[in-house]
Design a protein. Structure first.
Length: 213
C-alpha cells in the first residue's frame, strides 16, 4: 500500500476542511470532545467508559502517530481550514486479512452532529483510499442502533454485506447502567474501486481534494 499523506485538504464552493494526522498536542481537545459528547459516546463506544485524562490521551495519540509512520492504522483529525477547533476523528484501520483493505471509522463531537461533517470527511477518505493508497476494499462496521452512521454509509454509497451478531463488545449490567446501549448486531458494509463510477459525489470530491506528505 502507498505511503499515506499527513494532511488532506478539501476545498469546494461552501466547505474548506483539513484532515491532519492525529498528534499528541491534540490531546486536550480530544478530552473536550469526549466530555461534550459523553452521552452519545458512552452509548455507542465501549472505550468511552474507560478512564480518560490528559496523560492517557497524549500517550494514545503518540502511539497513533508511531502506528501511522510504521504503516499501521491511519487516524486523522478534522478541522475547518480557518479554525484550530477539533471537529472529529476519522480512522482507516487495518482490520481485514486483505493487506489492501482498510476499515473506515469516525466520530464527530456532539455540537457538530447533523452538519454533514462525517459524510464530507468520510468521502475524502474514500477518495484517499482508492486514488492515493491503492486500496481494493474499504469496509465499515457500525452498530445497528447507530442511525447516524447508517445515514453516512447510505450517503456514501456503501453496500450492505452482512448483519453480524456480537461483532463488538456487548453490554454488561454495569455498562448498561452507565449508558452503554448497543444492540447485538452490527452492520458490515463495503466499497470497491469499480463502485466509483456509481457514486455521484466522487468526481467533485476527487477534484477538490489535495494531499500533503
Amino acid at each position: 500500500m502507498e505511503t499515506p499523506p499527513g494532511t488532506i485538504r478539501y476545498r469546494s464552493r461552501d466547505r474548506s476542511y483539513v484532515l491532519r494526522a492525529s498528534a499528541p498536542e491534540d490531546a486536550a481537545q480530544v478530552l473536550q470532545c469526549i466530555e461534550e459528547s459523553q452521552v452519545e459516546f458512552r452509548y455507542f463506544f465501549s472505550w468511552a467508559h474507560l478512564p480518560q485524562d490528559l496523560d492517557q490521551q497524549t500517550a494514545r495519540l503518540a502511539s497513533n502517530g508511531a502506528d501511522f509512520a510504521q504503516g499501521g492504522d491511519l487516524v486523522y483529525h478534522l478541522f475547518e481550514e480557518s479554525s484550530p477547533r477539533l471537529l472529529g476523528s476519522f480512522g482507516l484501520h487495518r482490520r481485514s486479512l486483505n493487506p489492501r483493505a482498510l476499515e473506515l471509522g469516525y466520530w464527530v463531537r456532539s455540537s457538530c452532529a447533523g452538519q454533514g461533517l462525517a459524510t464530507s470527511a468520510s468521502k475524502c477518505l474514500v477518495v484517499l483510499c482508492f486514488e492515493y493508497l491503492g486500496c481494493n476494499r474499504i469496509q465499515c462496521g457500525f452498530n445497528e442502533a447507530n442511525l447516524g452512521s447508517a445515514r453516512v454509509n447510505e450517503k456514501l454509497g456503501f453496500q450492505h454485506e452482512a448483519r453480524v451478531r456480537f461483532g463488538e463488545p456487548q453490554p454488561t449490567p454495569e455498562l448498561t447502567a452507565a449508558g452503554y446501549g448497543v444492540e447485538p448486531f452490527m452492520i458490515q458494509t463495503a466499497l470497491f474501486p469499480d463502485d466509483r463510477s456509481k457514486l455521484s459525489w466522487y468526481p467533485e470530491v476527487k477534484n477538490s481534494l489535495t494531499v500533503e506528505y
